[in-house]
Design a protein around this ligand. Structure first.
Ligand code: NAP
Length: 240
């Protein structure tokens, strides 16, 4: 059976991606780190589509536990394959550079950039053996444009964009594509304190996006139809 591993699959964009990929026939591995209740809710939603779902609890920034968890799963499922990896887990800890705490810098980079490395390193050998794979990295408009108050987040997402382009060139010949999705403002817990009314005037379509809209794009990039697209950053921002 082919599985999709979605990091940060318990809530927000990750949950919508889990449900969308489930509806297209993948078994779903839902990673989360703290919020077991939300992860169980995602599992329920995935199972309602008729798909198989499993929970993988690990902190993507912790190389040992993250890689051990994925390696154990692979060893316990010799007839299954992780065909799709969505590196979606992320946090934002905004602060002006002047006031930024070391922990805010470290944590945001460790989760986004470290998480990309830790998870992808563990999953990639299976994709190479299968000669097929889809890796989709959730970045942000902030990593393309840079946003004040987000030097940590912009740096982290820009780093993952660079890694996306480099890895795409390493593995293209093996049937594996690597792309990044860069959302603007999407309605999730992450954007909870941000006033949509205040920002919608600068968004051409005049509203925040939904997790389901991002999931539809991820679903396309995860499909066989997208096989000639790799190393790209696709923005989904209502024209922002
Ligand atoms: P969210 O609602 O805050 O959900 C974050 C998810 O990441 C949760 O499932 C959380 O798990 C998980 N997570 C956080 N730290 C983790 C760690 N160390 N290890 C494993 N999982 C971890 O966020 P979202 O808005 O859906 O964002 C998803 C991705 O899209 C992020 O990479 C974010 O940077 C990016 N993005 C979001 C927006 C936006 O407007 N929302 C815009 C651009 C980019 P728990 O439930 O266990 O805490």
């Amino acid at each position: 059976m082919k599985y999709a591993l979605v990091t940060g699959g318990s809530r927000g964009i990750g949950r919508a991606v889990c449900c969308k990929l489930a509806a297209h026939g993948y078994g779903i591995l839902i990673n989360y780190t703290k919020n077991q209740e939300a992860a169980e809710e995602t599992r329920k939603l995935v199972e309602e589509t008729g798909a198989v779902a499993g929970l993988l609890c690990f902190d993507v920034a912790n190389r040992e536990t993250c890689q051990a968890s994925i390696t154990n799963w692979i060893e316990e499922h010799p007839n299954d394959q992780i065909a799709v990896l969505v590196n979606n887990a992320g946090v934002r800890m905004d602060n002006l550079m002047m006031w930024m705490k070391d922990s805010e810098w470290d944590e945001v980079l460790n989760i986004s950039v470290g998480g990309f490395y830790n998870v992808t390193k563990a999953v990639l050998p299976g994709m190479i053996s299968a000669k097929w794979g889809r890796i989709i990295n959730m970045v942000s408009l902030s990593g393309i444009k840079g946003l004040p108050g987000q030097t940590n987040y912009s740096a982290a997402k820009a780093a993952v964009i660079g890694a996306t382009k480099a890895l795409a060139q390493e593995v293209g010949r093996r049937g594996i594509t690597v792309n990044a999705v860069a959302p603007g403002f999407i309605k999730t817990d992450m954007t909870e304190g941000i006033d949509e009314k205040e920002f919608k005037s600068i968004i051409p379509v005049k509203r925040f996006g939904t997790p389901e809209e991002v999931a539809a794009l991820v679903n396309f990039l995860a499909s066989a139809e997208s096989s000639y697209i790799t190393g790209e950053v696709v923005t989904i921002s209502g024209g922002l």
